[in-house]
Design a binder for this molecule. Structure first.
Ligand code: ADP
Ligand code: MG
Length: 579
């Protein structure tokens, strides 16, 4: 039953601007649908939400006698007893959502409760709320919001273009869907479906969409076996394994009691758990679901409810760190066992995904530098097998990896230093360019294509490079305004997370000696290969150098930086004042 909150509860509510942009409307409406117990939620957006936000659900519905009240400020069915504000179990609780939306947009509410054979509709705008009229409607609720900010034109100035606003909305919904695997979500923009997450697709489909199909395969599920007692907060989720990480924290998704938080609250805990396993300055990605007794969480601290206050932040920090450490330790041990069991030296060469028949040698060599990612983590039998099969340059002996960035080797006369990223870039670039020129680029179709949404300027750059990318085996197709769906990547590198945005960011750079097409291939190579900071196994270093010495131009990466530096023994002797 919807009721007006009493004056003292209203006084305790964190007031503020609820509707800042179209995303805010979507958030309020979808939260209401979830609170109503919906199992299907459909979101249809037009022009980034500035024209239409239309959310329908199959939840409990609103009785006609309560429809007008739903639009009143501080009217809610979610707090019933005094003190409920101290133990909030729903996403909404202030009774402000619909009132705030009707204040700045036209709203049509259609609803039918499960007990009723017929639905009702009301229109609301500013302070005027109409009378419910009977209407044919399926059980559940549909709310159509039009003319957003029509009466507050200044607010429109803070809103960006439709593509950018829609990008925020679709990112939010895809991320939110991670926490509600029992709910089917479907989202469309300007009449075109953007994504549908049926419950049958499971969490795997949602993880692949949010993190990209390839990085998603590197996620390990946290294991509840490690929770010492029921008194400790429940932590579930998925975290990336060390080695498949990122430079920033943007892909660390956190839910507390089903609420998606933008808070940095647990970022420290997350890193603390990961630190034992990872390189400095690398951040894990993934999603954490923390479930705590509602009395220990206060979501009433922020107008858009995007942050919470915890009663025992240290306990939560500790539970997160502990869950991550235990899971990653178990995962590392399992990988080590697999590597020892399946990869004895001298096994037959890995032939790569069979794309072009024949040309095994090229396939093999091409596969080498794409090693050791995701499912094929360090110690991957494929990488080891390939490297074993590829004869290392007899005259170069690998000594060590320095700072996870340089390979140290010697030919007996000099200390040879190889920049692993530059070297791998050269190898990949020559392989990509050679195949593209011959017109037989091997590409690997992605099982789950993913969508990248771009800013206008980036979309133009990307569009210009698309033909050259396709020649190299990287296929992306237009998918709505300024969005692309990546459907295939060059074979052999498929196991590696390809960062489309980083690729676009340096597309514009001039590279002396390369034409426009070659520049595209160079960028593609750069963003497909190992980086400084990636730990390499001995076999991987051998394979890399073997490939490098066979390149046409082994001494420089496509951008002109040196790949190899030699420190001659006599130069070293001089350093020791031996001459
Ligand atoms: P709050 O979510 O904080 O209660 P809102 O203004 O968002 O406040 O919604 C007011 C009331 O309208 C809710 O408490 C709920 O009873 C009802 N309501 C809103 N949306 C829905 C929906 N999709 N399905 C069922 N009831 C809804
Ligand atoms: Mg609400």
């Amino acid at each position: 039953m919807i009721r007006l909150l009493d004056a003292s509860t209203v006084g305790q509510i964190a007031a503020g601007e609820v509707v800042e942009r179209p995303l805010s409307v979507v958030k309020e409406l979808v939260e209401n649908a979830l609170d109503a117990g919906a199992t299907r939620i459909a979101v249809a957006i037009a022009r980034g939400g500035l024209e239409i936000v239309d959310v329908s659900d199959d939840g409990a519905g609103i009785a006609p006698g309560e429809m007008r009240l739903a639009f009143a400020r501080h009217a809610t069915s979610k707090l019933t007893r005094p003190g409920d504000l101290m133990r909030i179990g729903t996403l909404g609780f202030r009774g402000e959502g619909l009132a705030s939306i009707a204040a700045i947009a036209r709203v049509r509410l259609l609803s039918r409760t499960r007990q009723s054979d017929i639905g009702y509709a009301v229109d609301a705008y500013e302070l005027a709320v109409g009378e419910p009229e009977p209407i044919a409607a399926p059980p559940g609720t549909r709310i159509v919001v039009t003319d957003l900010f029509g009466n507050v034109p200044v607010r429109r100035e803070y809103v960006r273009g439709p593509a950018a606003e829609f990008a925020r909305i679709s990112t939010f919904l895809a991320t939110l869907a991670l926490a509600y695997p029992g709910v089917t979500f479907s989202v469309s923009h300007d009449g075109r479906p953007t994504f549908v997450f049926p419950t049958a697709g499971g969490i795997a489909q949602r993880l692949a969409h949010v993190f990209g199909p390839v990085p998603a395969r590197a996620l390990v599920e946290l294991d509840e076996r490690d929770r010492p007692s029921d008194a400790v907060p429940r932590v579930r989720g998925f975290v990336s394994t060390p080695g498949v990480d990122r430079a920033d924290r943007r892909m660390q998704v956190l839910f507390i009691n089903g609420r998606l938080l933008r808070s940095t609250l647990l970022a420290g805990a997350w890193s603390a758990g990961y630190a034992t396993f990872a390189l400095a300055n690398r951040q894990p990605f993934g999603v954490l679901f923390v479930d705590i007794d509602p009395e220990h969480v206060d979501p009433n601290v922020h107008p858009t409810k995007s942050d919470v206050r915890l009663r025992h932040p240290e306990a939560v920090h500790d539970a997160v760190r502990r869950a991550i450490v235990a899971t990653l330790a178990r995962d590392a041990a399992a990988r080590m066992r697999d590597a020892l069991a399946i990869a004895p030296p001298g096994v037959s060469p890995y032939r790569g995904p069979s794309t072009a028949a024949g040309d095994v040698r090229e396939q093999t060599a091409f596969a080498v530098p794409g090693f050791a990612w995701n499912g094929n983590g360090p110690g991957d039998p494929r990488a080891t097998a390939t490297a074993t099969a590829t004869a290392g340059p007899a005259e170069l002996r690998i000594l060590a990896q320095l700072d996870d960035t340089f390979v140290l080797a010697t030919d007996g006369r000099a200390l040879v230093l190889v920049d692993q990223h530059a070297a791998h870039e050269r190898v990949a670039y020559e392989a990509i360019a050679a195949r593209a020129r011959r017109g037989d680029a091997a590409s690997e179709p992605l099982l789950l294509p993913y969508v990248v949404e771009l800013e206008a300027e980036d979309a133009i750059r990307f569009e210009r490079s698309r033909a050259a990318l396709a020649e190299a085996g990287f296929e992306a197709e237009p998918f709505g305004e300024r969005a692309y769906r990546v459907v295939a990547t060059p074979a052999g590198y498929g196991a590696r997370a390809f960062d489309v945005r980083a690729y676009i960011a340096d597309l514009g750079d001039e590279v002396p000696g390369l034409d426009a097409r070659e520049r595209v291939w160079a960028s593609l190579a750069c963003h497909s290969v190992v980086r400084a900071g990636d730990e390499l196994e001995h076999a991987e270093m051998t394979a890399l150098l073997a490939r490098l010495v066979r390149c046409d131009n082994p001494m420089h990466c496509p951008h002109g930086r040196p790949t190899i530096v030699r420190l001659e023994a006599d130069a070293i002797a001089r350093m020791f004042k031996r001459t």
